[in-house]
Design a binder for this molecule. Structure first.
Ligand code: SF4
Length: 238
């Protein structure tokens, strides 16, 4: 039996996560970056410098790349930084199909941000954990207050842009075994979101989750049943 062919580099494509901002304007209780004991971010620049961006953009010879912009909160880089970054991407990846996506808590979204993101065809993922009583359990400000209202303000601007200008928009939800997954899913549907990703918060063997056996399964079963019973074929759940 012959070995499977190994793709040549020019046939490959890849996704890269770029952590362009090392701080966040909110303070989610489950945040793996700020609330799990790793304080190395304190010794890092707050924003990725332009030289790193340029070197990065030149480093990969691939026919297609997806650049996923993360933080902290990536919008903390500011509009001038982002405009410059998007110009560099366009100038550097001339023969390369480059897709830029951005994961944001949406609290800093303004009409000016929306214009830039629409013009540059940036795909957006908004971190939203469900309706206010669910979202505000963990996604809180540095003062400990819920952030649903601020997220919703930015999200509504992005939803308008999705409807009017085709902005590609989805939600990223951190699953919470203490709540009803079907209510969370139905909230996303009511908002008109058609792409949702349900992640599990960061726990491991040394730091196990606080939930009992089967509870996380129940959350995902609730999500699935809400999707299936509602015949939401137009909603993609990763
Ligand atoms: S918005 Fe993201 S980076 Fe900021 S505290 Fe929450 S989980 Fe962490």
């Amino acid at each position: 039996m012959s070995a499977p062919a190994i793709p040549q580099q020019r046939d490959a494509s890849a996704s890269f996560v770029l952590k362009i901002a090392a701080r966040c304007n909110i303070n989610c209780t489950y945040c793996y970056m700020y609330n799990k004991g790793d304080t190395s971010f304190l010794g890092k620049p707050k924003v990725m410098c332009a030289d790193v961006v340029q070197a990065y953009a030149r480093a990969h010879e691939l026919p297609a790349v997806t650049l996923i912009l993360h933080g902290g909160e990536p919008l903390l880089v500011g509009i001038p930084w982002m405009s410059d970054f998007l110009r560099r991407v366009e100038a550097t990846f001339v023969d390369v199909r480059a897709v830029v996506s951005l994961q944001t808590n949406a609290t800093l979204v303004t009409p000016e941000w929306v214009s830039l993101l629409v013009e540059s065809d940036v795909r957006i993922g908004v971190s939203l954990d469900g309706p206010p009583e669910v979202h505000d359990r963990h996604r809180v400000s540095h003062a400990g207050l819920g952030t649903y209202a601020q997220t919703r303000h930015g999200l509504d601007l992005l939803i308008d842009a999705a409807e009017q200008h085709g902005l590609r928009l989805g939600a990223l939800c951190v699953a919470d075994a203490g709540v009803d997954g079907s209510a969370v899913f139905e909230h996303f549907v009511e908002l008109g979101l058609r792409r949702v990703d349900f992640l599990w918060p960061d726990y491991n063997h040394d730091v196990p989750p606080p939930w009992g056996p089967g509870e996380r399964a129940q959350y995902y079963l609730d999500v699935f049943n809400a999707w299936y019973r509602g015949r939401h074929r137009d909603v993609t759940v990763r």
